[in-house]
Design a binder for this molecule. Structure first.
Ligand SMILES: NC(=O)C1=CN([C@@H]2O[C@H](COP(=O)(O)OP(=O)(O)OC[C@H]3O[C@@H](n4cnc5c(N)ncnc54)[C@H](OP(=O)(O)O)[C@@H]3O)[C@@H](O)[C@H]2O)C=CC1
Ligand SMILES: CC(=O)N[C@@H](CCC(=O)OP(=O)(O)O)C(=O)O
Length: 309
C-alpha cells in the first residue's frame, strides 16, 4: 500500500522541491493543501493526523506546533527546520554521518533533517573525530558560501526583485557576523566537538549550490595527521555508499577552481581535501546543493529509509 505523506509548507522553497521529487512516485500518496489554505490550522491538523509521515518545511515555531497538532495520532515526522536537530528524542537524519544511522532513521518516529551548512561541515568533521584524527577541542573555523535560495522565499525575492524596498543589491555578502549562526550547536553536537567552531556563512548571487570550507593544520591534529591520512579517513568512512563522494587527491590537486554551483540540481555531496603534500596545511571543502543533500534531497532520502523504499 502507498505511504501517505503530507508536506506541511509544501508551497515554500524546500517543500516545493520535495513535492517535485515525489510527484511521479506510485509508492507514495501525497496529501495536499491548496496554497490559500497553507496556514489554515484546522486543515493542517487534519492532514498532519491522517498522514503516515509528515514532512515539515516550516519555520521553527510552526514546526514545533505541527508536532503538537498531531499529538497522539502516531504520525511519523521528518522536520526540515532547525527546531529538533539537537533534541535527544529525535534521530538525526544524516544517514552517512554515523555507523548504524540509516537503521536508526528507518525505525524512527521523529527524524530531524540536517541544516544545509551543517551537512557540509559535519560531513567533513564527523569522520575525522570518529577516526581519532581530529581532537574534539580543535579550534575549528568554517567559512561557507550558499546560493540565495537558502534564505527561503523572502531572500529569493530580495535577491531577484531589485525593485523591492528590501532588495539586496550585493553580489556576495557575509552574514551571521556575531558568530551565533543557528547551525553552530548542531555542528558541534553532531560532529562531537567540545569547542565552538567560528562559523562565517555568506551568500552569492546564484540560486542553488554551496561550498563549506574547513581549514586544518596538521601540527594541531592527533599524530600530526597529514592531508593523505585525512583523505584516507574520509574515503574509509564513506566507502560503500553513493551519495557522498570523496574526490581523489590527485583530482583535487589538478582542480584549479571549484564552482559553488557544481552540485546544483543533485542530491549528492562532494568532499575535497586541498593543499600541498608536506606543507602541513589543508582545506577541506564540501560541495553540495543547499536544496539537495542540504534539504529536500536529504528529506526524500530519509523518507525512503523510513518507508523501506
Ligand atoms: N531553503 C533552504 O536551503 C533550506 C531550508 N531549510 C529549512 O526548511 C524550512 C522551510 O524553509 P524554506 O522552504 O526555505 O522557507 P520558505 O519561506 O520558502 O517556505 C516556508 C513555507 O512555510 C509556510 N509557513 C510559514 N509559517 C507557517 C505557519 N505558521 N503555518 C503554516 N505554514 C507556514 C510559508 O508560507 P508563507 O508564504 O505564508 O510565509 C511557506 O510556504 C525552514 O525551517 C528552513 O530553515 C532547511 C535546509 C535548507
Ligand atoms: C542563505 C541562508 O540564509 N541560509 C539559511 C540556512 C538554510 C538552512 O539550512 O536552513 P535551516 O537550518 O533553517 O534548515 C540561514 O543562514 O539561516
Amino acid at each position: 500500500m502507498a505511504a501517505t505523506i503530507f508536506i506541511d509548507g509544501e508551497h515554500g522553497t524546500t517543500g516545493l522541491q520535495i513535492r517535485d521529487r515525489l510527484a511521479a512516485r506510485s509508492d507514495i500518496a501525497l496529501l495536499s493543501l491548496a496554497e490559500a489554505d497553507r496556514r489554515d490550522m484546522d486543515k493542517r491538523t487534519a492532514l498532519l493526523r491522517e498522514a503516515d509521515i509528515a514532512i515539515l518545511c516550516l519555520p521553527d515555531d510552526a514546526a514545533r506546533e505541527a508536532v503538537r497538532l498531531a499529538d497522539g495520532a502516531g504520525t511519523r515526522f521528518i522536520d526540515a527546520s532547525t527546531a529538533h536537530r539537537t533534541d535527544p528524542d529525535w534521530v538525526y537524519g544524516f544517514a552517512e554521518a554515523e555507523p548504524g544511522q540509516a537503521t536508526r532513521i528507518a525505525e524512527a518516529q521523529f527524524v530531524s533533517n540536517p541544516g544545509c551548512y551543517s551537512t557540509g561541515a559535519i560531513g567533513l568533521l564527523r569522520p575525522l573525530v570518529l577516526a581519532g584524527i581530529l581532537p574534539v577541542d580543535y579550534p575549528v573555523t568554517i567559512n561557507a558560501v550558499s546560493g540565495y535560495s537558502g534564505g527561503g522565499k523572502q531572500m529569493i525575492r530580495q535577491m531577484e526583485d531589485q525593485a523591492a524596498d528590501d532588495r539586496i543589491a550585493a553580489p556576495f555578502f557575509a552574514y551571521a557576523l556575531p558568530l551565533r549562526h543557528k547551525h553552530v550547536p548542531e555542528i558541534m553536537e553532531r560532529s562531537g566537538l567540545t569547542a565552538r567552531p567560528v562559523f562565517t556563512p555568506s551568500v552569492g548571487r546564484f540560486a542553488q549550490g554551496m561550498l563549506v570550507n574547513v581549514p586544518l593544520l596538521s601540527a594541531h591534529m592527533n599524530d600530526h595527521a597529514p592531508m593523505e591520512r585525512v583523505h584516507e579517513a574520509l574515503e574509509n568512512h564513506y566507502s560503500g555508499q553513493t551519495i557522498v563522494e570523496v574526490v581523489e587527491l590527485d583530482q583535487s590537486a589538478a582542480t584549479v577552481r571549484i564552482d559553488a554551483t557544481e552540485m546544483a540540481g543533485t542530491d549528492r555531496m562532494k568532499l575535497y581535501v586541498c593543499g600541498t603534500p608536506g606543507d602541513g596545511q589543508m582545506n577541506l571543502i564540501a560541495s553540495l546543493d543547499n536544496l539537495g543533500k542540504g534539504a529536500s534531497g536529504a528529506a526524500v532520502q530519509n523518507l525512503d529509509l523510513m518507508i523501506g523504499a
